[in-house]
Design a protein around this ligand. Structure first.
Ligand code: NAP
Ligand code: F7E
Length: 329
């Protein structure tokens, strides 16, 4: 029997790598979109870290180039398409608002067009984000909470989110959005606060640096593990009816609390090392996010397996190991 074929945009990112690993374990033939880079050595480092770089098929393409996306879609003919590619760093979206709009927003529209034209029977997943709630309109956010984006990134994601809903309603595409709250892992990009903290803690522990400079430590996030969250993406596409789902843990803690847990895991005291630096503050902040994953629990049978304490421990240990072995990610 032919293996089921999936196409992942953003396969070289944190979620793309874990999703590829998960789909391979389910017996899928996994294809991914790869944007060309002159720094070929860093491309695919996450796939290599998971030991799956040779098990996936990569196709040249960019989310901003519809013709290329159409070509890939015609070539692969995927049964499932996961649109994870984006300019995903919120802070950068104020420096590059148009690029963010074009990749994170219009890029999703390009993908929907490519699916509608070349592969209308494929099931489509859009990586929506809790950042869309921004200035929160309800203390606990669910699928029915109104959105209030607070960054060019969030505004672009909101456009992509509504385009996904619109293509489902207009053309009958099997298109679902996962409104995912922050999820982290040892494969998280180094500029995001959790990985910046665990990498910093590991460096301080190994005597490679003494201080860690952070921005707003009072911001609160609902943090889960990427490995758990990619399973929810897959579950959404296995449903008969496409819908949108909040994926979260239901627990929120401040950046300072994440930081304290990471320092404590390494036997260090946060107050001896952390300094505040204006450079890491944002023009507009999302103060607190807290998701209600009840619909996903009920309809998908999904629940997170990793606690915050387990996540912090895994990330600190991975960074200690990497630095001891002079590995980079
Ligand atoms: P990530 O690590 O930043 O990965 C982003 C991926 O997008 C990378 O593979 C990147 O390729 C690719 N990409 C960027 N611009 C592209 C372009 N123009 N054309 C093609 N590919 C492009 O992000 P992540 O944390 O895995 O998140 C996955 C998705 O979920 C993103 O859409 C993100 O916005 C969304 N999301 C993330 C979270 C979270 O907490 N992680 C929560 C909610 C939603 P390169 O490797 O070449 O840079
Ligand atoms: O910031 C505060 C910062 O950059 C979290 C993306 O995956 O999740 C992510 O977006 C919080 C913010 O992630 C530093 O101000 C303090 O309040 O790790 P972050 P994010 O902005 O929440 C959502 C759901 C996505 O969709 C995005 O793609 O931490 N913070 N000090 C800091 N943040 C950073 N990066 N660096 C600091 O030094």
């Amino acid at each position: 029997m032919d293996r089921k074929r999936a196409l992942i945009t953003g396969i070289t990112g944190q979620d793309g790598a874990y999703l590829a690993q998960f789909l391979l374990s389910k017996g899928y033939e996994v294809h991914g979109l790869l944007r060309r880079s002159a720094s070929a050595d860093v491309i695919g480092s996450r796939l290599r870290w998971l030991g799956i770089a040779d098990s996936v098929v990569l196709h040249d393409g960019n989310l901003t180039d519809l013709s290329g996306l159409l070509r890939v879609m015609q070539e692969v003919k995927p049964a499932e398409v996961y649109n994870l590619a984006a300019q995903s760093f919120v802070k950068s979206s104020w420096q590059q608002p148009l690029l963010t709009g074009s990749v994170t927003g219009l890029g999703a529209a390009n993908m929907l067009e490519a699916v509608r034209i070349a592969c209308p029977d494929a099931r489509f997943y859009q990586a929506s984000s809790s950042e869309m709630y921004g200035l929160i309109q309800e203390p606990v956010q669910s699928e029915t909470t109104p959105f209030y984006p607070r960054s060019p990134y969030a505004a672009a994601k909101l456009y992509a989110h509504w385009m996904t809903v619109n293509y489902r309603e207009s053309f009958g595409l099997h298109a679902s959005s996962g409104i995912l709250f922050n999820h982290e892992s040892p494969l998280r990009g180094i500029e995001f606060v959790t990985r910046k903290i665990t990498d910093g803690v590991a460096r301080i522990k190994l005597g490679m640096q003494d201080k860690l400079a952070l921005g707003n430590m009072d911001a609160k996030r609902d943090w889960g593990h990427a490995r758990d969250y990619v399973q929810a993406m897959w579950l959404m596409l296995q449903q008969d009816v496409p819908e949108d789902y909040v994926i979260a843990t239901g627990r929120t803690v401040a950046v300072s609390e994440f930081c304290r847990l990471a320092f404590e895991h390494a036997g260090l005291t946060m107050e001896d090392h952390v300094v505040q630096d204006e450079r890491y503050m944002r023009p507009a902040e999302v103060d607190v996010l807290l998701g209600n994953p009840e619909k996903a629990r009920k309809n998908l049978g999904w629940a997170p397996e990793t606690t915050l304490e387990m996540l912090v421990a895994e990330m600190v240990e991975a960074d200690l190991q990497r630095l001891r072995h002079h590995e980079h990610l």
